[in-house]
Design a protein around this ligand. Structure first.
Ligand SMILES: [Zn+2]
Length: 317
């Protein structure tokens, strides 16, 4: 856990660094089959992919999606009143659901199932490394019509003074390239969330030059601290009832969040809250060098992981 406090200033936006944390967990190891991608994205030229729409809704009592907004990310706008107070676009009772630190087995698919049952949507901020561990899960997020941004390559705290400016940029750029690689074609939205909501001013400026929007939040569920699902529900409902609207920060990485979500979404519906979908006007432009570097990362499989029997067959002897 990391708590940082301090005032930093970037452009015309004043920022108060606050707390959120992520407990790092290594990927599944051992005999369990590697959740590896089958291969690098096909090199064949293809038209710009169009993301599938959300499935038709068969639940008349679903939370649903009340409004979809398109975000022009030119200049790197900031969202979420915990740090950025310029863009007050949500109406009374409107909420945005956001999910960080995935994709992750079990929990992310569970979140997707709940969102589908409630015919609603959110923004996912995956960690680049996790996207390379479980690209097929991230593709499920995309296929379900949700918005996908990025949350750095390794969840490094970009305020860490030990990191050079170049290393901070690498964390940002490699994260986006990893998400793009995992999606095997489509680029994510130019939506970025800093680990632990810690915003080094020079990286805020950098994202502006990259036309990437920054997402803080209006209310933090602190689900990573919750000892049980009910705590997540109680925290979110208490905070949203106080604020009346807002961008909600949760983690699809967290088991308790996945377990809390069905009840939480029902409570939000009963409370009169309406979900807003946030789309990017255009996808992020990844930097080709990082797309290439990604393939050199040691953890990325560079060869097929198919069993030998499907690769080598005796045809005569
Ligand atoms: Zn995180």
């Amino acid at each position: 856990m990391r708590i940082a406090a301090g005032l930093i200033f970037a452009g015309a936006v004043s920022l108060l660094a606050s707390s959120t944390a992520w407990s790092q967990t290594p990927p599944a190891k051992g005999a369990a089959a590697p959740a590896a991608p089958q291969a690098a994205p096909a090199a064949a030229p293809a038209p710009a992919p169009t993301q599938p729409a959300r499935a038709a809704c068969n639940n008349p009592n679903a939370l649903g999606v009340a409004r979809t907004v398109e975000i022009d990310t030119a200049g790197g706008p900031g969202f979420g009143f915990e740090h950025f107070k310029d863009l007050d676009f949500l109406r009374d009772k409107e909420i945005v659901l956001t999910f960080d630190d995935g994709p992750w087995p079990v929990n992310t698919p569970s979140v997707l199932k709940t969102l589908a049952e409630e015919c609603t949507t959110g923004i996912f901020f995956p960690i680049g490394k996790h996207a390379t561990y479980y690209p097929e899960i991230l593709r499920q997020v995309y296929a379900a019509g949700h918005t996908i941004g990025s949350h750095t390559w390794s969840h490094a705290a970009l305020v860490n003074k030990k990191l050079s400016e170049q290393q901070r940029k690498d964390e940002i750029e490699l994260g986006f390239s990893a998400v793009k690689w995992a999606l095997a074609g489509p680029s994510p939205a130019p939506f970025f969330r800093f680990p632990a909501l810690q915003h080094p001013p020079e990286m805020v400026t950098y994202l502006g030059t990259r036309n990437i929007a920054i997402f803080s939040c209006d209310l933090d569920s602190f689900d990573f601290k919750a000892s049980k699902p009910q705590t997540v529900i109680d925290t979110v409902m208490r905070k949203v009832d106080k604020l009346g609207k807002g961008i909600i920060l949760m983690h699809d990485f967290q088991k308790h969040t996945a377990e809390a979500l069905p009840e939480l979404l029902k409570k939000l519906k009963a409370g009169g809250y309406k979900v807003v979908a946030m789309r990017a006007k255009s996808p992020v432009q990844t930097i080709p060098q990082y797309d290439e570097d990604l393939h050199k990362q040691a953890k990325l499989p560079t060869v097929s992981s198919r069993p030998v029997s499907s690769v080598v067959q005796t045809i005569s002897e």
